[in-house]
Design a protein around this ligand. Structure first.
Ligand code: ZN
Ligand code: ZN
Length: 416
């Protein structure tokens, strides 16, 4: 069968069969300036020239600019309105519980990776944190079903052929499992990616890192440049193995402090409690997950569930008047503008400015683990991300607004 005949349509978009292995890297929290500064410092000797000869664009990520909604958008080629994953949590008003959305049962669309795996392509996925592994691996032909591999660095010591497509990934790689709060957790992802390319040569390989370094270190700093230098070496090896290397990010990253380095936090639950009574409104922060040490569960996006009969417009007006707030929208407008699933959002969506974050109640945020000035994401101010492919895409319109979830389209359909 010819390659064009094997093109697949996934979520309404058609993708050409890969002519050579394609590695898509989602660099967590990769504000474009990290790359610019690291290249300028001489820390990325592969990426600098690769950008010049390949495709070098900026793209917009999904809002909320958080990890899971964007990783799922990248692998499905679609916004959260289609795949359903709009954060780490949503409030199930019928059941009266906060529901964690890292179970594949909340996923409403098939991934490009799953569709190609089902069609016989060899697929590999390596993610830093295990919270993403089952979502990204949903639908892959793993174990007895096929040749796919999907595991996290975090749980690499416990992988099995049946569940992950690879027994004992850490021993296979010859590396110890790093701390979940470390740059090494991401290095493990790259090292595993290179070894998979050397040994199994997947048609599609998806690598997703963690933003531990980006939460602590600004672009151009020594630690940030060291991280990107490490990454550059692995990207060079993947390129040398004949793969197309495509890179984007789930979101950017900004400092969320005042001039003195103190966090600028809007404690929205406390304010709402004062306005309409204790615990009558419910503020949901979709950044909240089991790993909060490096950002204190503070990001620039919140959704608010109001009690029945509440004055939604009146509340929106009061929230919009808070210092540090950027945009306040009702559910319909927020879901239209940000392409979000209506049934998983509150009555109101609030997005804070570039240097502010939104919290629930002050008492519920432990900032004692922050050993560096707060840096975080979630807002429109973190929407700009790189979109880089190691091969040119001359037919790609120069003025087209690209999304990070266009990367499979650009790499498979446009890049030479
Ligand atoms: Zn992220
Ligand atoms: Zn983060």
């Amino acid at each position: 069968m010819s390659e064009s005949a094997r093109a697949l349509t996934v979520n309404g978009r058609t993708y050409a069969w890969p002519r050579r292995p394609l590695v898509v890297v989602c660099v967590d929290g990769c504000e474009p300036d990290y790359l610019t500064r690291a290249v300028a410092a001489g820390a990325m000797p592969w990426l600098g020239p690769a950008r010049a000869r390949g495709t070098d664009r900026l793209a917009d990520c999904v809002i909320p600019s958080f990890t899971n909604p964007n990783n799922l958008s990248i692998v499905t080629g679609a916004p959260p309105a289609v795949h359903g994953i709009c954060g780490n949590y949503f409030w199930d008003a019928d059941a009266g519980v906060e529901v964690m959305m890292n179970d594949p049962k909340y996923l409403r669309a098939e991934s490009i990776l799953a569709a190609f795996s089902r069609a016989g392509a060899a697929v590999g996925v390596v993610t830093a944190k295990d919270k993403l592994r089952r979502l990204l691996g949903e639908g892959l032909r793993l174990g007895a079903e096929g040749s796919a591999v999907c595991f996290s660095s975090e749980r690499a010591a416990e992988t099995t052929g049946a569940e992950h497509g690879l027994d004992g990934a850490a021993a296979w790689l010859g590396r110890p499992v790093p701390s979940v709060y470390s740059a090494e957790l991401s290095e493990f992802v790259f090292a595993a990616g290179v070894k998979l390319m050397e040994t199994r040569r997947p048609d599609l390989l998806y690598l997703s890192t963690t933003d531990y370094v980006q939460h602590k270190h600004a672009p151009g700093t020594r630690d940030a440049n060291a991280f990107y230098q490490m990454m550059d070496g692995y990207l060079a090896r993947l390129d040398a193995l004949g793969a197309t290397v495509a890179l984007t990010a789930d979101h950017g990253m900004n400092g969320k402090t005042d001039a003195a380095g103190r966090p600028q936090v809007i404690y929205l639950q406390d304010l709402l409690d004062g306005w309409i009574g204790a615990a009558r409104a419910r503020v949901i922060l979709p950044i909240t997950d089991p790993y909060v040490v490096h950002h204190g569960a503070l990001g620039s996006f919140a959704t608010v569930h109001l009690p029945g009969g509440a004055d939604v417009a009146g509340c929106m007006g009061r929230i919009a008047a808070i210092a540090g707030m950027e945009v306040v929208l009702d559910r319909d407008e927020a879901c239209r503008r940000f392409e979000l699933p209506k049934d998983r959002m509150g009555d109101v969506v609030a997005v804070s400015r570039r240097d502010w974050v939104i919290g629930t109640s002050e008492a519920r945020h432990d900032l004692s683990g922050l050993d560096a000035p707060l840096r975080s994401h979630g807002g429109i101010s973190e929407q700009r991300v790189p979109l880089i492919v190691s091969r040119p895409a001359p037919a790609l319109p120069a003025d087209a607004r690209l999304r990070n979830f266009d990367i499979y389209d650009v790499a498979l359909n446009h890049a030479a």
